[in-house]
Ligand binder design. Sequence first.
Ligand code: IFM
Length: 476
Amino acid sequence: MTQDTVTLPHATADAEVAEFAAIADDPFTPPAGSALWRRDFLLGAATASYQIEGAVNEDGRLPSIWDTFSATPGKVLAGDTGAVACDHYHRWEADLDLLTRLNFEAYRFSIAWPRVMDEAGRPNAKGIAFYKRLLERLKEKGIRTFATLYHWDLPQHLEDRGGWLNRDTAFRFADYADLMSRELSGLVDAWMTLNEPWCSAYLGYGNGHHAPGLANGRYATQAMHHLLLGHGLATSALRANDPASAKGIVANVGRGTPDSPSEADVRAARRFEVQHNAWILDPLLKGEYPEELFALWPGAEPLVLEGDMQTIAAPLDFLGINYYFRTNVKSDGANGFIEVPLEGVERTQMGWEVHPDGLRDLLIGFSRTYENLPPVYITENGMASDDRVRDGQVDDAQRIAFLKRHLAAVDAAIAAGVDVRGYFVWSLLDNFEWAFGYERRFGVVHVDYDTQVRTPKRSAELIARFLARRRALDGA
Ligand code: IFM
């Protein structure tokens, strides 16, 4: 995958961009001069296996922790499960046609571990064939392929042996990465080992909001250590088997701001970011856990064996950043923080505050904190709204403004010197939003879950129009 920075392709392009940006009477088109007009700034859409595939019992797929969790009463809103989801396992060809019609240039998806390996670690040919076909079709269509190995669907049989609390799971994950990169070598432009280890560790093992639903702070730090160890081991397998691809990991990052300028509140906001960001980024980029994490969680240090931190801190080709909202916090009177929700701010269907500056500030902050920060992709950004189809259309005005403002924040970070190479909207399709089931709609394409009819929302139409224009300027 090319990592060069190119300028606009021909002499008239600047004028044409300016003209189009001026006449485009839509609320999405970026201003002339924005890095978004550069063809090498990738614009893609993202999904994840359990959220869209369905077909949970087909072709030898084994149960995952999310099958078990969502089948447990009270864990997921309205008792929803991913059993059918968007039925993407059967409708993948039409979904890729839609992706192409919307002019997206890159597709980020995830592989379901329980679909491709049996309990003994043997390959499941039918499951692997599904992803091979998907990738081959994407390549035929000229779409860049970004594959995540772990977007939370741990095989249940591994959870039965302790899941991410068991050090052995990190080694099983490396076996899985080894198998996938041997089978899919040459078809993947960029591999991501883990999606959002913070969620797997903290929501899965620390507070129980996600599968497998355990709630113990000590578990969270140990699970995180094994996840990161698995990442490091997997990265070396990917490098050995598929040298031409880029290798990275995806972190969800949070912006914490202090409720007052008091020293205690400023420290609380810093600790919020330590807990959300440095907990993952320090081991990856500095080879150590941040000491302040254990001021926040005394006694929760994980068991780390010799050589683990070197494995975890192996060089990355890129870092994926997922950003959604900001959290305003104050001191809890001791070592930690508590959230103080701000009044009168714009929020999404999730209740999350719309705060694009947080993305800009975090990106600039990371580039200063980590001198070895690799090139960044925004691997997820987007919002949920209660979208309805009316007269065959979905007017998602809030999402359009949200995307435009967050892309402008990315542009500002690039202007400040941060090496951001692309942006993926979360998500291509409305899908199974974990503990919130199907109520929360993050897609730029609406999905009617009764009929499986897909309806591109107005946001998708505007993105498509912009990308068509950008491509035309490039003469492609
Ligand atoms: O839907 C999720 C995705 O699976 C991981 N990142 C956040 C999204 C919205 O909550």
